[in-house]
Design a protein around this ligand. Structure first.
Ligand SMILES: C[S@@+](CC[C@H](N)C(=O)[O-])C[C@H]1O[C@@H](n2cnc3c(N)ncnc32)[C@H](O)[C@@H]1O
Length: 276
């Protein structure tokens, strides 16, 4: 008899944004551990009759351990439900250590993270050709959780790429200052997503110079993700991808000669050759 713990990504909130696999694990689990402060009740509503539902909102790792022990001793399946994607600020590494020590099996089911949900709700692309091809996912340093010394918002801002900021809403004034000090221009587009896909979701747009004032005006101290970067600008984009350009040849499509000449004359030969 061997129990198992499955870390399940609940997604950002809406009950239909969990993966099919994650929902199946919750439906099959003998014990469902979830944090009511972060995960919407609809996510665990599909637990089977008789399943034990454990609210971990105020629990420490030590409080969770007896449930894992029981799962091991009785050969039970535990769904450990985490908001968004369990791999992002999910504190799953320390749980894996514990589960290993206890001799249980474990696996993970990914989920839709807050940044992804916010981008979808505002209909933006995080990686716009020739504008930003990178996403930096981080949190503001200087809070109660220590950060590695080289991971600073100011340092990351110097790249000018798209940035997703978690766990940073309460210190929005410092956040804005650090983003500006790192080199984002004051008119850089920002998206603020509060309780994205929850019933009381609030989605806002502003320029970086107004980020803190906007967050203060709406009292957004928690459950908020901030996206920053030039790729988030509204309106038509000035560039297009090579992949869908008729002049771009790849494994599954020949290039149209005129379009290919046009693409090359705009100085994109390097990229075309790189992907060949
Ligand atoms: C402990 S972290 C968990 C992140 C989660 N694992 C994920 O992938 O989205 C909690 C932070 O994630 C962000 N977050 C998670 N879900 C959110 C949502 N639905 N709307 C806005 N922000 C969210 C907020 O920054 C919040 O403070």
């Amino acid at each position: 008899m061997s129990g198992k713990v499955v870390f399940v990504g609940a997604g950002p909130g809406a009950a239909d944004l969990i993966t099919v696999r994650g929902a199946r694990i919750i439906a099959e689990a003998d014990i469902v551990i979830w944090a009511s402060s972060l995960v919407q009740p609809g996510i665990v509503a599909g637990a089977k009759p008789g399943a034990e539902l454990v609210d971990s909102a105020s629990a420490s790792l030590e409080d969770i351990e007896p449930h894992y022990r029981r799962a091991r001793d009785e050969g039970l399946l535990v769904a450990r439900v985490h908001t968004g994607d369990p791999a992002i600020y999910g504190a799953t590494a320390e749980q894996r250590d514990l589960i290993r020590t206890l001799g249980l099996e474990f696996e993970s089911v990914p989920g839709v993270s807050a940044f992804s949900a916010a981008a979808a709700r505002m209909e933006v692309e995080i990686t716009v050709p020739e504008v930003s091809q990178s996403l930096i996912l981080t949190r503001l340093e200087g809070g109660r959780t220590p950060m590695p010394p080289r991971e600073t918002v100011r340092g990351f801002a110097a790249h000018g790429a798209t940035m997703a900021l978690y766990l940073s809403a309460a210190r929005n004034k410092v956040l804005q200052e650090e983003l500006l000090a790192g080199g984002y221009p004051p008119d850089t587009p920002c998206i603020i997503g509060h309780q994205v896909t929850w019933p009381d979701e609030l989605m806002l747009r502003c320029e970086l110079a107004d980020l803190s004032a906007t967050m203060r005006e709406h009292k957004l101290w928690k459950h908020t993700v901030v996206l920053v970067g030039p790729a988030l600008a509204e309106g038509p984009i000035a560039t297009r991808s090579h992949l869908y350009h008729p002049g771009f040849r790849h494994e599954y499509r020949a290039a149209e000669p005129d379009a290919q000449a046009d693409l090359r004359s705009h100085g994109t030969r390097g990229v075309t050759e790189e992907i060949r």
